[in-house]
Design a protein around this ligand. Structure first.
Ligand code: M6R
Length: 588
C-alpha cells in the first residue's frame, strides 16, 4: 500500500523520485504526487491515476530542486481525488508531509487544529500531521525536535517523510508500525517504504526501528530515538540488484516471476543449518504451536501444518493472521508462533505477532524481505531467497515458502539433509512447458463465470491457492476446497460445462479423488486434471512430473499460476496490478 520515496541530493531529484515511484507502483495505489523545494518554496504536483498518466498530465519530473519526496496513495480516509493525494502541506505551506498508515485520532486532532485557526484542504487523516508539525516547528525551530514532538500526538500507524520550506537541505523521516528504510548513497540519501525504490542508486540501507526519527541531508544520516537521543547504526548491504526488478523480455513481472521458479526453488533451499535447527527445536519444544499468515502465505502455512500433523505428529493450527487474536487463549509462555510473509510488512501478520508476544510466545518467521518489520521482530528468521517479487500475485514466493517449510519440517523430523532440489528444479522447468496448453484452456473457458479447484489431503491448500490466484488476476469467481466437501453443498453449483480443476497426484488419495472427479463429470462439469497420471475422466489433462509427495504442491501450482496469468491477459486486465489490491497490505 502507499509508497514513499524521498531524496536529498547534490543534484535535482525529481527524475530520481519518478523512477522510485515507478518501482513502488506494485504496492498498489490510486493516486500519486511529488513535492520538491526550490527557491525557498514548495512545488507540489499530484493527482489521481497511474504514475505514467499523472506524469504525462502534470510533468512531476520537471519540478526543480535538490530535495523532494514522492508518494503513491492507496485511499483509506478520504476519497480518491486529486486534493486527497499526497503530499499535504500545512496552511502556511511551511511544512509538507507524505504518509503511509492511518492516524486513528485524526478527528479530534483536526477539530483542535481547526479551532486554533488551521485550514484544511483535504479529507485525509494525513493532513493533520503537516499542521501539527507546523505548530511544533514554530515553537521549537528544529525539524527533528518538531517531528518528534508532533508524532507524540499521533495514535495509529505511520511512516512519513517531512520537509520544511525554510530547510531545503533536510528531510525528516519517522515511523511507527509501518516500514521506512533509509538508503545511504554517495551524495544522495533516500527515504523509502521499500528498498526497491532506490536500489539503482545504492544497496546500503538502514532499517529504522519503531518510533525512531531520521534526519537526512545530502551527505549525512542521523537517527534519533523517541526521546531525541542520537542512535548510531551502520548501514547493511541488501542482496537485491537492479536487474532483479526489471521485466527482462517478459510482458509482465508476474510472468517473469512464474518463470523464475526453476531457479528460486533452488535458492530457497539454501538455508543455514544452524538457523534451521533452531527453528525446528523451537517447534519440537513448543507448549502450543500456531502458524499464522494471510492470503497465499496462509496456504503455504496450511501445507506446513499438514506435514507437522501427519509426519511429525505435532499438534499445530494454522490461523489466518487477522484472526489469531481470537485464539489468544492458547497462547502463553512456551508457545511458538510461526509466521509466513513475503513482504514481512503485512499489518494483519504484524498484529498477530504483537498479540503472540504480548502473551509471551516466541515468534519464528519465514520471510522474503530481509530487514522487514517481521524479520526484525522475530526470534528466528528464515529467508526465502527468491529475490524481489513485484507482481501483486504471489507466485515464486509461494513455492519458495513451500520449499522452506519443507526444510523446517524435515529438520523437525530429524533429517539432517533434505535433498532432491535439483530434481525439483528440473520438474518445475518441465512443468512450465504446459504454457501453450494452458492458453488453450483459457481460450475455451475465459467466458465462464465460475471456476472450482478441488483436491484431497496435502493438495487441498493448493486448490485454495489456485482459486485465489484466479480470482485476483482474472476477476472470475473461483472456489478451492477439499474434494470431499463437494457433496456437502458446492456440487449444487455444478452445471454443464462448469470448469473444475482437480489436483490428483498418484498416491493413497488418488482413487478417492478420481471418484470425486467422476461425480463432477456426472453432473456435467468439465474436469481438468492436473496429475502425473492420466485418466479418462478428465476432459482436459495437464501432466505434471512425478516428484516427492512433499514437493507435489510446488509443481501443481505452476499450471494454476499460468492459468490465472493468461486468463488475466485474455480479459485485458493488468496481471501485475490487479484492481483494488496491494502487494503489501499495511493496513488492518
Ligand atoms: O506479504 P505477505 O505474504 O504477508 O502477503 C500476504 C497476502 O497479502 C498475499 O499473499 C496476497 O494474498 C497475494 N496477493 C496473493 O497472491
Amino acid at each position: 500500500m502507499c509508497g514513499i520515496v524521498g531524496c536529498v541530493a547534490e543534484e535535482p531529484v525529481a527524475e530520481i523520485l519518478l523512477e522510485g515511484l515507478k518501482r513502488v507502483e506494485y504496492r498498489g495505489y490510486d493516486s500519486v504526487g511529488m513535492a520538491t523545494i526550490s527557491g525557498g518554496k514548495f512545488g507540489v504536483r499530484k493527482g489521481v491515476g497511474r504514475v505514467a498518466e499523472v506524469e504525462e498530465r502534470l510533468q512531476m519530473s520537471r519540478l526543480p530542486g535538490d530535495a523532494g519526496m514522492a508518494h503513491s496513495r492507496w485511499a483509506t480516509h478520504g476519497g480518491v481525488t486529486d486534493q486527497n493525494a499526497h503530499p499535504h502541506a500545512s496552511c502556511r505551506e511551511s511544512v509538507a508531509v507524505i504518509h503511509n498508515g492511518i492516524i486513528e485520532n485524526y478527528v479530534p486532532l483536526k477539530k483542535a487544529l481547526s479551532s486554533r485557526g488551521h485550514r484544511f484542504r483535504s479529507e485525509t487523516d494525513t493532513e493533520v500531521i503537516a499542521h501539527i508539525i507546523e505548530d511544533e516547528y514554530k515553537r521549537l525551530r528544529d525539524p527533528v525536535k518538531a517531528t518528534l514532538a508532533g508524532t507524540k500526538k499521533l495514535k495509529g500507524q505511520y511512516a512519513m517523510a517531512v520537509m520544511f520550506q525554510d530547510r531545503p537541505d533536510v528531510m525528516i523521516g519517522a515511523r511507527k508500525d509501518a516500514p521506512l528504510i533509509v538508503g545511504v548513497g554517495d551524495g544522495k540519501m533516500f527515504l523509502a517504504s521499500d528498498v526497491l525504490a532506490f536500489i539503482g542508486h545504492t544497496d546500503r540501507t538502514i532499517f529504522l526501528d519503531n518510533l525512531e526519527v531520521v534526519e537526512l541531508t545530502k551527505d549525512r544520516v542521523r537517527i534519533f530515538g523517541p526521546q531525541g537521543k542520537e542512535v548510531r547504526r551502520k548501514p547493511t548491504q541488501v542482496a537485491w540488484e537492479l536487474s532483479d526488478v526489471s521485466k527482462s523480455d517478459f510482458a509482465h513481472y508476474t510472468l517473469k516471476e512464474i518463470n523464475e521458479q526453476p531457479k528460486t526453488v533452488l535458492t530457497a533451499s539454501v538455508q543455514d543449518p544452524a538457523k534451521l535447527e533452531a527453528f525446528a527445536k523451537a517447534i519440537r519444544k513448543a507448549k502450543s504451536l500456531y502458524i499464522t499468515a494471510s492470503g497465499t502465505s496462509y496456504h503455504a502455512g496450511l501445507l506446513m501444518k499438514f506435514r507437522l500433523n501427519k509426519e511429525a505428529k505435532i499438534r499445530v493450527d494454522t490461523v489466518v493472521a487477522g484472526e489469531l487474536k481470537e485464539h489468544a487463549g492458547f497462547l502463553g509462555k512456551g508457545s511458538v508462533v510461526v509466521a509466513f510473509s513475503q513482504s514481512g510488512e503485512t499489518a494483519d501478520v504484524m498484529e498477530a505477532v504483537k498479540e503472540a508476544k504480548k502473551h509471551g510466545a516466541r515468534v519464528f518467521s519465514i520471510v522474503n524481505a530481509a530487514g522487514s518489520t517481521l524479520a526484525r521482530e522475530s526470534d528466528g528468521v528464515l529467508l526465502l531467497n527468491c529475490g524481489p517479487e513485484v507482481g501483486v500475485a504471489a507466485t515464486k514466493s509461494f513455492t519458495a515458502q513451500v520449499v522452506v517449510a519443507n526444510l523446517v519440517v524435515d529438520a523437525v523430523l530429524g533429517k539432517r539433509r533434505s535433498n532432491g532440489f535439483k530434481e525439483l528444479s528440473e520438474a518445475v522447468a518441465e512443468t512450465l512447458k504446459c504454457d501453450e496448453q494452458i492458453r488453450d484452456l483459457v481460450y475455451e473457458y475465459s467466458s465462464r463465470p465460475d471456476f472450482y479447484f478441488v483436491a484431497r489431503g496435502y493438495e487441498s491448500p493448493v486448490a485454495m491457492e489456485g482459486a485465489l490466484k484466479l480470482k485476483e488476476l482474472s476477476y472470475i469467481h473461483a472456489e478451492g476446497m477439499p474434494a470431499s466437501e463437494l457433496k456437502h453443498g458446492t456440487l449444487a453449483l455444478i452445471e454443464k460445462g462448469t470448469p473444475v480443476v482437480v489436483l490428483n497426484p498418484s498416491g493413497s488419495l488418488h482413487a478417492d479423488t478420481l471418484s470425486n472427479a467422476e461425480e463432477l463429470r456426472a453432473r456435467g462439469a468439465d474436469v481438468i486434471g492436473v496429475s502425473d497420471v492420466k485418466d479418462e475422466v478428465y476432459r482436459h489433462f495437464v501432466r505434471v512430473p512425478k516428484v516427492q509427495p512433499k514437493f507435489a504442491p510446488i509443481v501443481e501450482s505452476i499450471p494454476l499460476q499460468l492459468l490465472a496469468y493468461h486468463m488475466s491477459v485474455a480479459k485485458r486486465n493488468d496481471p501485475d496490478y490487479p484492481r483494488n489490491l496491494a502487494k503489501s497490505v499495511t493496513v488492518k
